[in-house]
Design a protein. Sequence first.
Length: 139
Amino acid sequence: MNYWLMKSEPDVWSLDQQIKSGSMGSMWDGVRNYQAANNLRKMKRGDLCFFYHSNIGKEIVGIVKVIKSAFTDPTDKTKRFVAVQVRFEKKLKNPVSLENIRKTKELKDLLLIKQSRLSVMPIDTKHWKIILNMSKIVK
């Protein structure tokens, strides 16, 4: 299993909307950055992703699971980009803010800090566990 971080602006698609999508989950589409799209292509069914609210909040708020690996993004007329299907898994008891991530020395190499504009990025197991510990997961 691999770990990822996916960013969404909460006024466009929030964790609450993801929760409401139920067991069928929702399509993670609209990614038009080549590096982020390549990360989507690498995702496998069963991988876990932090759900990050960008712009408003700037915090990790939950976890989603990849339930369908990369397929052609139907919102892309060029057919060059892909989407994945994700389902809500857990909500974090305490969202982990970008500010707190930046203050944590062990997370200094996290792509969220180094490539802050990237919308889909891998997270290694060590960083995943540190962030989970910071959040005190519930549900």
